[in-house]
Design a protein around this ligand. Structure first.
Ligand SMILES: NC(=O)CC[C@H](N)C(=O)O
Length: 303
């Protein structure tokens, strides 16, 4: 299949729509300054062929896409015990909602909402330097150094009132072991990783290869764990728009409020789209359109 030509066609079709609809995330001041009129797309097949178009090498804030890698580290280190403190059900609520936490005794619905990622991060902080470990994993998957955007991390720390509330609330139920400030410092940094579409398409490659690290050939997750990450992406990866994503796109996806979305076609390829303007649930508007075009034109879907 001519993926390069297809990605160029998608960029050419959607470019005229840039800046017309949606809003750049404004609740994190450092993200509010990102110019909306940018759009990139990149893919990598399981056997290592890459294609990319538009602003595919421009680094952006990966935000909640980091929750995928936080979960990967948690599953790799803890196996089944990870699920003692985190559920596996879609929340049907915004990613930063607190409402279910009270009646559900501080156990977040899933690892892909903020509360869930904070709970997984707490487990990682108990094991190692979670900030360093994240960069080690991402740099190894991308085969080049990956770094934090300290300005974004500081901006989140200064304004992340809901995340502070959530972490303290979970701590009050005895669900957070470590100092809340230390857990949030790691969480905010993870959200503030800077990567491009091309790097992200490569970094999630293990999810279309049954958990095998694309560069080293090592088993990062077991085949069963990789399948489970994909199923969680489908049901929970795009917050309260997960149903809409399954309906329109039909692929496991994980989004972030920086405007990036990664998607997996199991056993075939991984892709990443980026455009900063978001719809009301916090997913990239043009990113969703691009993925919809991609699946419509290729017929690739898990259904
Ligand atoms: N959906 C997102 O990308 C949210 C991540 C953001 N850093 C937050 O904690 O609010």
């Amino acid at each position: 299949m001519q993926f390069q030509a297809l990605l160029e066609e998608i960029v050419a079709t959607l470019r005229p729509e840039l800046g017309r609809e949606g809003q750049v995330a404004s609740y994190i001041p450092a993200l509010a300054r990102v110019p909306a009129a940018q759009f990139g797309i990149a893919l990598r097949t399981c056997d290592g062929h890459e294609a990319q178009a538009g602003d595919s090498t421009t680094p952006f804030s990966i935000q909640s896409i980091s929750k995928l890698f936080t979960l990967t580290l948690g599953m790799r280190e803890m196996g089944e015990t990870l699920w003692e403190r985190i559920g596996r059900e879609p929340s049907g609520n915004p990613f930063n909602s607190l409402v279910q936490l009270e009646s559900e005794h501080g156990v977040p619905r899933n690892p892909f909402i903020n509360a869930g990622a904070i709970a997984v991060t707490d487990r990682l902080v108990s094991l190692f330097d979670a900030k360093a470990e994240m960069l080690t994993l991402l740099s190894s998957l991308c085969e080049e150094p990956i770094r934090y955007d300290e300005e974004v991390a500081a901006s989140e720390a200064a304004t992340g009132f809901r995340n502070v509330a959530m972490a303290n609330f979970m701590k009050s139920f005895g669900r957070i072991d470590n100092d809340v400030a230390a857990v949030l410092d790691a969480y905010f940094h993870h959200c503030a990783v800077r990567m491009s579409c091309a790097q992200l398409a490569r970094a999630v490659g293990f999810l279309c290869r049954d958990g095998v690290h694309p560069a080293t050939g090592q088993q990062l997750l077991t085949e069963r764990q990789a399948r489970r990450v994909n199923s969680l992406m489908l049901t929970c990866g795009t917050y309260d728009a997960a149903g809409e994503f399954a309906f329109r796109i039909g692929l496991p996806c994980k989004s972030g409020v920086g405007g990036g979305i990664v998607a997996v076609v199991p056993d075939r390829l991984t892709l990443c789209v980026w455009s900063p303007a978001l719809e009301s649930s916090g997913n990239s508007l043009l990113g969703m359109k691009a993925l919809e075009m991609f699946t419509a034109k290729t017929g690739l879907s898990i259904f």
